[in-house]
Design a protein around this ligand. Structure first.
Ligand code: GCU
Length: 686
């Protein structure tokens, strides 16, 4: 038996070439020639032809027809696909159709005749990259766009090659926009020297249908324009932005527009001049309008408060509904606080009925183990998109309230904060690539399931590709049973596991310090404002734990449309997953499971830890199906994740135990660390 196994492993390792992950989900090589007929010529069509040649897995000598033809059923850059070819209204539609056709072939799905239209008009990656090449909340190396040092703005051939690969990967999943710099924007980005580089980036991205956007600092007119003010109602300021926008479009005719973080976390904004968010956003929108540009104005605003940070965006933006120009889109994070492992959806979704609202997801796992933990985020985004807002009765999900289907809008959009850097595999963790992939797929089609996305990604990323053999012939029953299914299961459970070992039952923001990696429910230095510390959120004391957001508490529940508001307010109907988000409860509160709250908390942490131990086993068992380079990298990251999960469990249980004064149930594994040790050795990201 052992000999057989070793022989099998040997065959496999001859078969599996080491992979550094740089090719992402685009690894397939053509197996046969084909005959493509297309009357149109353009750089984008040229790419479509190349892709067909490179990745074709269909019949030898097959004929494929690419037709540009006005079809009213096809919207924007959508397409109609059939086994014989692709029809679209635009060149980019043809390219998207080609990627879809190849994806079907490469994942072994039949190509059926159908029309595919994108859910959102703008499907954008937000890069939090700084001009010096560092990345805010970036965990996969430095920026692919910016760098430090002498000649840092000179464009090299390597830069261009990388940007082209980046554009190709994005186009293959339908992403059509990139914000090239951090929302905490440096005013430098609008200077002549930086704009020259932006122009070249835009040129490389253009044939792939990726529009370039920039984050701008609201006080740029005073910081780099020499004006005395940046007041959005000042004639000089208005003129400054108009001229700046004109200059940008003279360099980049298809420039997408601006992303703005204003009056938030110390960033300047219209409120500094006694103006509203609408005054600020509209001023920029007016400058962009003649060129077709948009403003993505962020609703991530909060000022230091003892009340409830979770309520602030809604309180500030709702009164402004209807006051924004039609080329302003309010960009709203999925939850009301900040990309926590689990939050209820932001109550702004669906509530702003006269304003375009776009979801902002975070692909980079700032609060979910960064590039170390294996956490597949499609399930989190699916949960948000499919949440019922009840704003227009049943079916008014977050997805439908934002994609134009309920409230028709001129512009619709969705953004994901990128997890891409200079690491050879782009994202640090091989499985973090799945989050980039998932964001693109959901932005294109917001009704896809996480299961389908995981399935596609695994097949494209881990199929074994001996040259000259059709890819999907390898999706044998054996491969499916022993690799695809267990790995898919692991991915689909992974976010749930992270919630369990970090912040179950509605806990949020239990992180130590500003690093947002390890646990620190105790962390509250006097110099730090309270709403940046965990005790503000968990409110643990000897009476109980949790944030009271009920009618008699902060009343955040009232920001949700009925019946949700009362559902969250009532203990009987509030889902366990949001319990401590909305309620402060005694440690011996009787849960629906029959256990008391303290025990339930303990079991949840234990479950999370055990789930990661299972992931380790799952991964070790699939060794024969993965090349050594990627196998060992994931294996080692899972080891760290297990240790971290243990630390999370012990830190949270031992800390909360100081208030509950109850034992950790004896039938689960007892903590292995001492609390003092954990406090003294605050777990740093490794
Ligand atoms: C989080 C993150 C910051 C970021 C901010 C934002 O708070 O920690 O680094 O700037 O979100 O989205 O603006």
């Amino acid at each position: 038996m052992k000999v057989l196994f070793i022989t099998f492993m040997l065959i496999q390792s001859v078969f599996l070439q080491a992979e550094d992950g740089h090719d992402l989900w685009l690894r397939a090589k053509s197996t046969s020639p084909l005959n493509v007929i297309c009357l149109k010529k353009s750089p984008t069509i040229g790419i479509a032809l190349q892709e067909l040649e490179k990745g074709w897995q269909g019949k030898d000598g097959a004929k494929i027809v690419l037709v540009l033809k006005n079809n009213k059923e096809i919207r924007n850059d959508g397409f109609k696909i059939s086994p014989d070819g692709i029809q679209a209204n635009t060149d980019l539609g043809i390219l998207y159709g080609v990627y879809e056709l190849l994806r079907c072939q490469q994942t072994g799905e039949p190509v059926e005749e159908m029309i595919c239209n994108p859910s959102y008009g703008a499907r954008v990656l937000d890069h939090w990259d700084n001009p010096d090449g560092s990345i805010e909340r970036g965990y996969a190396g430095r920026s692919i766009f910016w760098r430090q040092g002498e000649n840092s703005l000179a464009v090299t051939q390597n830069d261009k090659t990388l940007w082209k690969e980046y554009a190709r990967a994005n186009a293959s999943i339908g992403i059509n926009g990139a914000v090239l710099n951090n929302v905490n924007a440096s005013p430098l980005i609008l200077s002549k020297e930086y704009m020259e580089r932006v122009k070249v980036i835009a040129e490389v991205l253009r044939p792939y249908g990726i529009k370039t956007y920039l984050s701008v600092k609201f006080s740029s007119p005073s910081l780099i324009g020499g004006l005395k003010t940046s007041d959005p109602l000042s004639a000089d300021v208005i003129k400054w932005w108009k001229d700046k926008v004109q200059e940008i479009y003279s360099m980049i005719p298809d420039f997408g527009g601006f992303l703005v973080k204003a009056s938030s976390e110390g960033q300047p904004g219209p409120q500094d001049y006694g103006r509203t968010h609408a005054d600020g956003a509209n001023m920029l929108a007016d400058a962009l309008k003649p060129f077709g540009g948009i403003v993505m104005w962020r609703a991530f605003v909060y000022s230091p408060t003892d009340l409830d940070r979770a309520k602030q965006a809604y309180t500030e933006f709702m009164p402004l509904d209807g006051q924004f120009r039609d080329n302003v889109i309010i960009q709203v994070k999925n939850g009301p606080v900040d990309f926590q492992p689990r939050e209820p959806f932001s109550p702004l979704f669906g509530a702003m009925k006269k304003t375009s609202v776009m979801p902002e997801f975070q692909i980079t796992q700032e609060y979910l183990g960064q590039a170390i933990h294996l956490v597949f985020l499609a399930t989190m985004w699916e949960e948000c998109l499919k949440s019922e807002t009840y704003q227009e009765g049943e079916g008014s999900t977050v997805a439908h309230c934002t994609d134009g289907s309920i409230y028709p809008r001129k512009y619709t959009a969705i953004a994901g904060v990128s997890n891409i850097g200079l690491d050879i595999n782009w994202c640090g963790h091989p499985f973090a690539q799945a989050n980039w992939y998932a964001f693109g797929r959901l932005a294109w089609n917001n009704s896809l399931t996480s299961e389908k996305i995981a399935d596609e990604w695994i097949k494209l990323t881990f199929s074994q590709v001996p040259s000259g053999q059709a890819l999907f012939t390898l999706f044998s029953t054996e491969w499916t049973e022993h690799f695809l299914l267990p790995v898919r299961q692991m991915m689909l459970q992974s976010r749930d596991a992270a919630i369990n070992y970090m912040m179950p039952l509605g806990f949020h923001h239990l992180f130590s310090a500003n690093e947002h990696y390890g646990p620190g429910p105790w962390w509250a230095p006097a110099r730090v404002r309270p709403d940046w510390t965990p005790p503000y959120y968990h409110k643990a004391d000897t009476n109980g734990v949790g944030f009271d957001r009920t009618y008699s508490g902060s009343d955040a529940v009232s920001q949700y449309h009925e019946p949700l508001g009362s559902q969250f307010n009532e203990l009987k109907t509030c889902p366990d997953r949001y319990l401590l988000w909305f309620h402060h409860l005694p440690w011996d509160y009787k849960m629906k499971s029959g256990r008391i709250l303290w025990d339930e908390i303990c079991y949840n942490y234990e479950t999370g830890l055990q789930q990661v131990r299972e992931f380790q086993k799952t991964w070790d068992k699939v060794e024969a199906y993965v090349d050594t380079a990627r196998f060992t990298l994931v294996q080692s990251k899972l080891r760290t994740q297990c240790r971290d999960a243990q630390v999370w469990k012990d830190a949270c249980l031992l800390y909360f135990q100081k208030f509950s004064h109850m034992p950790v149930p004896y039938d689960i594994e007892q903590p292995v660390y001492d609390l003092n040790y954990l406090i003294e050795n605050d777990m740093k990201r490794r």
